[in-house]
Design a protein around this ligand. Structure first.
Ligand code: FAD
Length: 318
């Protein structure tokens, strides 16, 4: 079922959803099921599965030169989605990237998803590959997420890359895209970022999932600005509980979001990471309850493969 239908059917009741990462290559899918299992009691209508593009590693050769080798550390997004749908009868949503994909790769990927009865996708640009500063698309790939949204929308209208195909089957994907309450790191300002977010919606995106934020005012302000800009689709808040002291630096560095002073002060006082994890649970629960009071349709948790803290939050909120 489409995310938009799940939201409509819930009739205003907030829903619990989460996102998982495929396991590192070489690990079994059991680790995924073990992290999902404790959360199923809260009846997520859908579960997102991230996509991880290839990385380059440099292998030293005997003559002292380096050989560039492509590795994919977390393959398996589509397989995991199919396994989740099969095992739990819950919609699984694969993330799909511009990065590393030609338009042809994208089309074939979407055909696979359609055959697997996957009804939703989150369309993203992806980041630059490790060791490169700027994102660069494949030779015949998309530069921005909006172009990927357009391709998915065209397939939804039966329009394939091969123009000679006649009377082709239409896919029926519900398309989600990313939004950034604290702006995307490359955007010159929030106004510009909202301008391009609106383009994604005009191209066919039916809902937005936000980057994580730790101060609800950032989300409320973002939603207000989106509505003022004419963006009418549901905006699902993305939440991540703080779990380690190291994340005080890691989260702003990796995700380009601010941490509130009050949260930092409390985290610094914590004796160990167990105490930080507990603080993260309390902070995220308070954020979640306030968002529920504001009538958000869905709360989306970045689980990062660990479910104990997300479970404790869900117990308090749902
Ligand atoms: P875009 O919407 O293309 O925007 C990228 C930048 O370009 C922005 O600054 C925007 O303002 C600007 N821009 C957009 N269109 C134009 C235009 N036409 N002209 C000029 N500038 C433009 N990454 C992964 O690798 N795998 C995942 O599974 C994944 N899941 C994510 C899920 C969520 C909810 C979020 C918030 C992010 C996720 N990411 C993931 C990270 C994401 O790939 C990066 O943040 C990436 O840098 C931007 O992706 P985007 O789709 O927002 O890009």
């Amino acid at each position: 079922m489409k995310v938009t239908d799940h939201i409509a059917n819930a009739k205003g009741n907030p829903q619990f959803t989460f996102e998982i990462l495929p396991p590192l290559k070489g690990q079994s899918i059991d680790a995924i099921f073990e992290s999902i299992e404790p959360l199923m009691e809260f009846k997520p209508p859908f579960i997102d599965v991230t996509y991880h593009r290839e990385e380059y590693v440099y292998i030293p050769l005997e003559d002292g030169l380096l050989k560039r080798q492509v590795v994919k550390k977390r393959p398996g997004t589509v397989g995991i989605c199919a396994a989740i749908q099969n095992k739990y009868q819950v919609d699984a949503i694969p993330h799909i990237l511009c990065g590393g994909f030609t338009k042809e790769d994208t089309e074939n990927f979407l055909i696979d998803l359609d055959f697997l009865e996957i009804d939703n996708v989150v369309a993203l640009r992806g980041d630059a590959v490790k060791n490169e500063t700027y994102f660069s698309p494949e030779k015949d790939g998309h530069t921005y997420a909006v172009d990927l949204v357009k391709q998915i929308d065209q397939l939804n209208h039966g329009s394939y890359l091969d123009v000679e195909l006649q009377n082709s089957a239409c896919t029926n994907f519900c398309i989600g895209v990313a939004g950034y309450p604290e702006k995307h790191m490359e955007a010159p300002n929030l106004e510009s970022d909202l301008h391009f977010l609106k383009k994604k919606v005009e191209a066919g995106a039916q809902y937005i999932v936000t980057q994580m934020f730790f101060d609800n005012e950032k989300y409320f302000d973002f939603v207000k600005r989106c509505r003022a800009a004419g963006i009418e689709v549901p905006i699902i808040p993305g939440l991540k509980p703080l779990a380690t002291k190291k994340q005080l630096n890691l989260i702003p560095h990796r995700f380009h979001v601010d941490l509130p002073e009050a949260l930092i002060k409390e985290a610094i006082k914590c004796k160990d990471n167990a105490a930080v994890r507990q603080l993260g649970i309390e902070w995220c629960s308070a954020q979640s309850k306030e968002l529920v009071d504001h009538g958000v349709p869905v709360l989306h948790y970045y689980s990062m493969g660990k479910s104990d803290n997300i479970r404790q939050i869900a117990e308090r909120v749902f």
